[in-house]
Structures are given as C-alpha cells and as structure tokens.
Write a protein that binds this ligand. Structure first.
Ligand code: ADE
Length: 229
C-alpha cells in the first residue's frame, strides 16, 4: 500500500511514522508513506499557498493552484483509489472505514485548514472527506496521521501476531475485554483465576462475557449497531 500526504507542515506528520509499528511497517516494505510539502508546488515568489477570500471576511484561504499542481503530478504517476480530505465536517472515522481503506492500493490524504481551503479542491479532486471526531484541531496533519495509523496496523504482516488486529476493540462492534500479565498477585490485586486455569474454551467464554459487559456499560450504541445488521 502507498499513502501520499500533502501538507504545509510535513514535520507535524513525520514523527508518528518514524517509530515503532509504523516505522517497521515501512522497513518491511508493507507500506510506503510519502510526504509532500505543498509549498514546493507554489508558483508565488515567497512560496505562499493561501490568498484573500473572495467576498471578504477574516482569514486566508488555501489556494487550489498548488494543490492542483501536486495532485495532478501524483495522479500522472499512478492511479489513486481515494483522495481524502481531513475535515471536521466529514464522515466520522470508525473501524469499518479503516478496514475498508486498508484494502486499497494507493491513497492520497490532503491535510489543510477546513475553513480555509478553496471549495473547488473539495469538489473537483476529493473522493472522501473524513473527520476524526467532533472537535476542531488546528489543521488536518494530526488527523492524517491518525487515519494512516488506523489503516496501516490492519495491513497483513504489520502486527507480529496477525490475529491481534482482529481482536481489537470495535472489530465486532464490541469493546476488547480486560487483559493481565505477571505477577498473578500484586499486593493482593489478583488476576482472575479463570485466566490461569488453562481451559481455553472457558477463557474464550469469559472474554466474550467481559467484552459484552464492558460494551453494555460504556458503549451500548455499538450493540444496537450489531442487532440492526
Ligand atoms: N481538521 C481539523 N479538525 C479536524 C477533525 N476533527 N477531523 C479531521 N480533520 C480535522
């Protein structure tokens, strides 16, 4: 899989990809991440990428000119399955969307400033608009990194134990059950006996019960989604 991210602040997006799972995924050749600095595509003398808003009003608007140049350049090199714009007024990211995107070959992510991006970019180039939640961040850079992480960890071979992405919270519309490690008794705080019983069937049942209880207590809306399918 290949992910191209277009941004004026590549340094804001860089660090999550330089450590741990996301770094190893690239080293193993399972994903390629390419960051493109929008300023490199500016035709202006001082590399500006925004301009005054037509009709007046406060704030600058990111221009279609450098975005178009960068997007057209990338599209001439390969085809893209989705061109995604990160914005709080997009469809809210969930596990299902991450699962679907993890099956794609090439995706492009535009990180901009949602009040200030020329609408023609959204109308003409963008195929999917995604929000990472009902709050406003300063730009689309951190949301682009969040989306990329959610996708990349699902690619086969990225996690050591391939089943571990499947047992994540949300994969069955259920939250994950509690987990424990040694010591079995920490100052009187004990690990549930059943997990030490060696009875795999009982353990599986216990985990499912715990997942149901946790989901019912914290996210009953997820169980409603289950029954309506
Ligand atoms: N840009 C600013 N806030 C955002 C959000 N919540 N989701 C996606 N992109 C954004």
């Amino acid at each position: 899989m290949r992910i191209d991210i277009i941004t004026v602040l590549p340094e804001l997006v860089e660090s999550p990809f330089s450590a741990s799972i996301l770094k190893r995924a690239q080293e193993k050749g399972l994903v390629e991440i390419h960051l493109h600095n929008l300023r490199d595509y500016s035709e202006k003398k001082f590399k500006q990428v925004d301009d005054y808003a037509y009709g007046g009003g406060a704030g600058m608007v990111m221009s279609i000119v450098p975005f178009s140049k960068c997007i057209e350049q990338l599209k001439s090199e390969r085809s893209y399955d989705e061109i995604i714009f990160m914005t709080p007024d997009g469809v809210r990211l969930n596990q299902q969307i991450a699962n679907n995107l993890s099956l794609k070959g090439n995706i492009m992510i535009l990180a901009g400033h949602y009040k200030g991006i020329d609408q023609r970019i959204r109308d003409h180039y963008v195929t999917l608009e995604i929000s990472i939640g009902d709050y406003v961040l300063s730009g689309g850079e951190l949301p682009a990194a969040v989306l990329s992480d959610a996708i990349i960890r699902l690619l086969p071979g990225v996690l050591n134990d391939e089943t571990s992405a499947l047992s994540d919270s949300f994969q069955d519309n259920l939250l994950a059950p509690p987990v424990y490690t040694r010591p079995a008794d920490f100052k009187g705080l004990k690990v549930p006996e059943i997990l030490r019983s060696g009875d795999d069937k009982k353990i599986e049942e216990w985990r499912h019960e715990q997942a149901m209880e946790r989901t019912l207590a914290r996210r009953p809306d997820l169980l409603k989604n289950n029954s309506s399918e």
